[in-house]
Write a protein of this length. Structure first.
Length: 232
């Protein structure tokens, strides 16, 4: 019975994500979960402004939870992988459905070269965010750059060294801007996909989306700016 239940569940899940709406639901759920992670991650990094001791204590306490951290990293990887995979499949399926592309834009807004719809640039911002994430992991998780410079440094000092690198500075600023734009539109789109689309709630969700996107972009972009302005 248990095997039958597992087989049925697996079949249902496979069938669900094979549909267009199923992929969008997976993207919406994983996207909102990742937005929650961004809030936690940004909150922790804001301790850079509180003081060196506070940030170092936070970083050491976090990395001391090895088992919990490993579970969290695996969960984040699965969410990122699921979100990206559904986005890739959706894009290629949409492109296959219209191989010749659009001969002309339909709405008056789309006729303007300066008014491309948000959906047309979500793919591009997603790629920028992915590159931003890769560099962030290279710098802070795997420590593959600045090896000699950050050796034996405390987390606060290490952050300053990494963030004052020009490559990191440019990528973090551009990545933060792309991330803010991506979550601004993705946040409200996720609620629409999940059926939270009502005249009473939609304006509130749109406002919160803008507030969230701007906060994320400004928050993460502020760290390299802080590092350059207050570098030793």
């Amino acid at each position: 019975m248990n095997r039958l239940f597992q087989a049925c569940s697996s079949f249902w899940l496979t069938k669900a994500v094979s549909t267009s709406i199923g992929k969008k639901i997976v993207m919406a759920i994983t996207g909102l979960a990742l937005c929650g992670f961004l809030v936690v991650h940004l909150g922790g990094n804001l301790l850079l402004y509180v003081g060196e001791d506070d940030y170092n204590h936070y970083a050491h306490a976090l990395h001391a939870q090895k088992m919990l951290l490993a579970v969290a990293e695996i969960g984040l990887f699965l969410m990122f992988a699921g979100h990206i995979w559904m986005a890739v499949r959706t894009k290629f399926e949409n492109d296959a459905a219209r191989p010749m592309g659009y001969a002309m834009k339909q709405s008056k807004m789309e006729e303007s070269a300066l008014a491309a719809p948000a959906s047309s640039v979500m793919w591009g911002t997603g790629i920028v965010v992915l590159l931003f994430l890769v560099l962030h992991l290279v710098d802070f998780r795997f420590e593959l750059r600045h090896v000699d410079e950050v050796k034996d440094l405390e987390p606060f000092a290490k952050a300053r060294v990494v963030l004052t690198d020009w490559v990191s500075f440019v990528v973090y600023i551009a990545g933060s801007a792309a991330l803010g734009y991506h979550v601004l539109h993705g946040f409200q789109s996720a609620f629409q996909t999940l059926g939270v689309n009502h005249p009473r709630y939609t304006p509130i969700i749109k406002f919160l989306s803008i507030l969230f996107g701007v906060t994320v972009a400004a928050g993460f972009a502020s760290f390299p700016l802080w590092a350059f302005l207050f570098r030793a």
